[in-house]
Design a protein around this ligand. Structure first.
Ligand code: PLP
Length: 351
């Protein structure tokens, strides 16, 4: 009997949930460890009485608030259930048969999945030896059927950001009919002045699309809210692909409350950045080739020792994120969490 299911979905690995270890120190999902921002739980509690109503389909209040902060028209913003979902919707919006999307590899695991589901061919361009996007090779990989090039900056999971010079080169090289998608999920953690704010620098380009999220620095991963800034045409096309009423009542309310707590968000980000500097210096004593990070995580290029290291961490009650025989992504936590992590690295290396 032939199955009624699409053959290409067989290439997407089924998500296997990690072992439920309620006691474990979770440094595997790039969350900020300090809880919801002040005002957010209260705003959610106040909105609970509205959950029998449909949310605002057009997400007007949140898009208006974002538009004002970012200095762009609200019609250029599309919102969705996290930027992961929205990246998938963008791919659906550009996926004519036979078209492709170019992105670096290794990069965010959601890209190949979203591309396949949308029916786009993936063109993966290997990172440089020092785990950065190879922008020159990505430019070369753009062909007549390419609809979009995705730049993940800082790159999940390797941590490095793309510079303004590199992005300028990319924008100048590709035809304006190709979208240049910049995934800035970790923008708030960037301190390197060479790495641009893509909204400030490129928002006026009609083929620029910038993704941002409330899941990381803004502490709302569990509620699912993300957005993009693009041309009015791109934002409208993506919005047509978004599942109706995607951003729910509580998520919209919580995101607005989080924006009001920006100062505290910045304070927490500064703590994470201080930990980043401390941890990179300390961990490099054991793993010298750890690349720079501009995000709230760092990359341990352990090659074939990746899986044994993740198992070692689990024995110590710490969850990290291993990627095949490539490396391990470690999320920065509180100072005491990071001390435990450092001890796990030390005991693994000295075993
Ligand atoms: C975490 C992350 C996102 C955001 O995901 P949400 O769906 O908004 O939670 C987007 N891109 C990258 C690269 C990420 O690591």
């Amino acid at each position: 009997m032939t199955k009624p299911l699409r053959k290409d979905l067989e290439n997407i690995p089924l998500y296997v949930p990690g072992k439920a270890l309620p006691e474990a120190l979770k440094l595997s999902s790039n969350e900020v460890p300090y809880g919801p921002l002040p005002g957010v739980p209260e705003a959610i509690a106040a909105a609970v009485g509205e959950v029998h109503r449909y949310p605002d389909l057009a997400v007007v209040r949140l898009r208006d608030a974002l538009a004002e902060r970012l200095g762009v028209d609200a019609e250029r913003i599309a919102a969705g259930t996290g930027s992961v979902a929205l990246i998938g919707h963008l791919m659906q919006a550009v996926a004519d048969p036979g078209c492709d999307v170019v992105y670096s590899w290794r990069s965010f695991e959601a890209y190949p999945i979203a591309a396949t589901v949308a029916g786009l061919r993936s063109v993966q361009v290997p990172n440089t030896a020092d785990h950065r996007h190879d922008i020159a090779a990505m430019i070369k990989a753009v062909g007549p059927d390419t609809r979009a090039v995705i730049v993940c900056s800082p790159n999940n999971p390797t941590g490095q950001a793309v510079t303004a010079a590199e992005l300028d080169e990319l924008f100048d090289a590709v035809d304006p009919s190709v979208l240049v998608v910049i995934d800035e999920a970790y923008r708030e953690f960037v301190t390197d002045p060479a790495a641009p704010d893509a909204v400030e620098r490129y928002a006026d380009r009609p083929n620029a699309v910038v993704f941002r999220t409330f899941s990381k620095a803004w502490g709302l991963a569990g509620l699912r809210a993300g957005y993009l800034i693009g041309s009015p045409e791109v934002a409208a096309a993506v919005s047509k692909c978004v599942i109706p009423f995607a951003v729910n009542v509580l998520a919209q309310t919580a995101a607005l409350a989080a924006l009001e707590a920006e100062e505290e968000m910045r304070r927490r980000v500064a703590l994470v950045v201080a930990e980043r500097e401390r941890m990179l210096a300390a961990a490099r004593e054991f793993v010298p080739d750890i690349p720079d990070s501009q995000a709230n995580f760092f990359w341990l290029p352990l090659g074939e020792r990746t899986v044994p290291f993740a198992a070692h961490c689990q024995e110590q009650g710490i969850l990290v994120r291993p990627f095949d025989d490539d490396g391990v992504r470690v999320t920065l936590g509180r100072p005491e969490d990071d001390d435990r992590m450092l001890e796990a690295i030390r005991s693994f290396k000295e075993a």
